[in-house]
Structure formats: C-alpha cells, structure tokens
Design a protein around this ligand. Structure first.
Ligand SMILES: Cc1ncc(COP(=O)(O)O)c(C=O)c1O
Length: 364
C-alpha cells in the first residue's frame, strides 16, 4: 500500500506539453511566432459574437453545440449528426484516445508527429508506438509495418506540425487500405485550410465512405480563435456516439460556439488569411534559404528552419539571439529535432524582422 495516492501507470511517463513561449526581455516588442497562430487575428464578426455573448454568461451553453454543427455541416456538405465539437481539437484527440485505447493497446503515429498523440495515449494507459519518417515526412509503409493486433488508433497529422510536410491523398488512401478494419484512423487536419497542392485533400471523402476514419479540425489556426478553444471532428455515427458518451456535457463554451458560427461564415477574413500565407510562406522560405539555412518545404502556416551544429550557430544559439530581439520562435527538441526552430508566419513586420535578425545571426 502506498503512503499517498499514485497516478495510473503511464501518467508519470508523460512529458507535459510545453506551449510556445510568449516572453522576451523587458522593453522589447514581442512578436510571438511560436504557436502557429494567425497574424490576422480573429474575424471581426467572431469578435462581435463574443461581445454579444457576454450578456448570457450566466447560462450553460447548448451542450450539443447545435448551431455550430449546423454551420460546419452546411459549409462542408456534411451531416450535422456526424459532427462533434470540442474544446480545441486537442480535447477531441484525447477523447478519441480514451474511448479506444486502454492498457495493453497501442496508438501509432509518425516520428515527428504532433506531441499531443503521445500524451493522449499515455494518459489513456496505452502504449505509444512511433513509425520512422522519411525526409521528415510520414512514411505510409513504415506506419503499416508498425501496426500490430494491439494497434487501436493510427494518428496522422496532415499536414504535420512541426515539420510542415504532408502526404498526398492517394497515400492517405493507401494507408487506410492497408489498415485492419478495427483500427481507427484519425486524420488531424488542423492546417488543411492553408494547403495549396493539387494532390492534397483533407480526407472528408474518406471519412464519408469508411467505417474507421475520423477527421479533426480546428478554429485555432486560420480562423484565429485559439483563445476560445474550439475544434470539431467528423466521423462515422458509431465513433461520434462513443465519444459523445465520455465527453463533458458542456465541453464547448457559448462564446466559442457563437464565434465559430460567425467565423465560418466570414469568407473575406478567411481569404485574407490565406492570401497572406500564400505570399509569405514562399517568400520567407526563399529568403531564409538565401541566408544559407535549410528550410523544410512547408504547406502550413509555419516553417521548420535547420541550424548547423557549429558552436555559436546552433538552434539554441539562434533561439537566444532571436528572443533577445523579441522574436519568439519554437524550439522543437521534444519532437526529436534539436537542431531546428519552428517559425510561424507572422505579420509583415515580424517576418521582415526575422529575416533581418537571422541574417545578422548567420554573419555574426
Ligand atoms: C497538428 C495539430 N493538431 C492539433 C492541434 C490542436 O489544436 P487545438 O487544440 O487548438 O484545436 C495543433 C495545435 O497546434 C496541431 O498543430
């Protein structure tokens, strides 16, 4: 018998998720480029919806998030009964994991995959299994080779964070075709809106035609509502039913529901955010490469920049140098990428300052 309460096995094996920093030395203007938030901010319509909601904060929200599910369904041509909203897609990833994984079960994801998968699997008492990547990109053959009879979920972030890489939809279909039917394929499409590639699809078509595929989406990135914690998933009725049984009855708050409805209808804001990314993603890639740094080709709203292992020029050195100038990027050692920093595409001022500072750093 233990002298104090002891968490379940696995819990203390979790390295708690470390969010992107937002601090720099006093007196320096901070540009937070560490959490893949949009530099355009939220839709003005979403802000108005949140203000209007202040009047009714004493009331519980609609526990079904009905208005938001209807709005999402209308936008994507989905059945609202197959949609479930969550407090960020993080919550949905955790709920899916605890519904399908228990002690003795395995959850599978790729080498540099989003860290929340590992945390969710360990929290559920399961075993994380990692499939190697090729060129910092998910490798379908490696994932399939890692499947065992204990595998319950395969997570695929497409595009992936922090690498910014993606696999074409044909590859996603090949992954699905190779999985046993009892394995749930979770397509995490947090950055889908940013992708401009003809061979990419978020996978809604696969969700619609399969009994073991779900997709998670977020309002935190291109929609600029990260503070409200709002995400959604779409999947087969039996998966939605299972997750509905274990979620909190009011897991999504009322301002978030109202803001989500407003944001999803604001096409102009979405187009502006996309146009900004379309301009800066290639421009920053080019300009940073021109400084002699390697940049992984990204389809998201962020870039993975690789630094030499040479003293004075390492990722840690660069991080300190940039932070000193108020430019806060993300270290990614926890993803097995100690020599890289992740840069979120910021506003024009921040982007120019990053290029300038990296130039000074490389010439120092
Ligand atoms: C790949 C990926 N999935 C999911 C999320 C979680 O987003 P949220 O919980 O804000 O919806 C993130 C956030 O950074 C992400 O990068």
């Amino acid at each position: 018998m233990s002298a104090r309460p002891v968490p379940r096995p696995g819990v203390l094996a979790i390295e708690a998720y470390v969010p992107g920093k937002s601090k720099a030395p006093a007196g320096v203007k901070v540009h937070k480029l560490s959490s893949n938030e949009t530099p355009l901010g939220p839709s003005p319509k979403a802000m108005e919806a949140v203000r209007a909601n202040a009047e009714t904060l004493a009331l519980y929200p609609d526990g079904t998030a009905g208005a938001l599910r209807e709005a999402i369904a209308a936008k994507y041509g989905l059945d609202p009964a197959r949609i479930l909203c969550g407090a960020g897609s993080d919550e949905l990833l955790a709920l899916l994991t605890s519904a399908y994984i228990g002690p003795g079960d395995e959850g599978l994801f790729s080498q540099h995959g989003f860290l929340v998968y590992r945390i969710a699997i360990l929290a559920a008492g399961g075993t994380p299994v990692v499939a190697p990547e090729r060129d910092l990109t998910a490798d379908v053959d490696a994932i399939l080779a890692a499947v065992t009879e204990r595998t319950k979920i395969v997570f695929l972030a497409n595009p992936n964070n922090p690498t910014g890489t993606y696999i074409p939809f044909d590859e996603v279909k090949r992954l699905h075709a190779g999985l046993p039917p009892h394995v749930l394929l979770v397509l995490d499409a947090a950055y889908a809106e940013y992708v401009r590639r003809n061979d990419y699809a978020s996978g809604l078509e696969l969700v619609a035609t399969s009994d073991n595929v779900v997709m998670t989406r977020t309002f935190s990135k291109i929609y600029g509502l990260a503070a409200l914690r709002l995400g959604w998933m779409v999947g087969p009725a039996h998966v939605i039913d299972a997750v509905n049984r274990i979620r909190g009855p009011f897991n999504v708050n009322a301002p978030a529901i109202a803001a989500g409805v407003a944001a999803i209808h604001d096409d102009a804001h979405l187009s502006a955010a996309l146009a900004h990314n379309d301009e800066w993603l290639p421009a920053l890639t080019r300009e940073i490469e021109a400084l002699g740094l390697k940049v992984t080709p990204s389809v998201g709203n962020f870039l993975l920049i690789h630094f030499p292992q040479e003293a004075g020029r390492t990722a840690a050195d660069a991080d300190a140098f940039l932070t000193g100038r108020g430019l806060v990027l993300r270290r990614v050692e926890a993803y097995g990428l100690p020599d890289a920093l992740r840069l979120t595409i910021g506003d024009a001022e921040a982007n120019r300052l990053v290029v300038e500072a990296l130039g000074l750093f490389m010439r120092a």
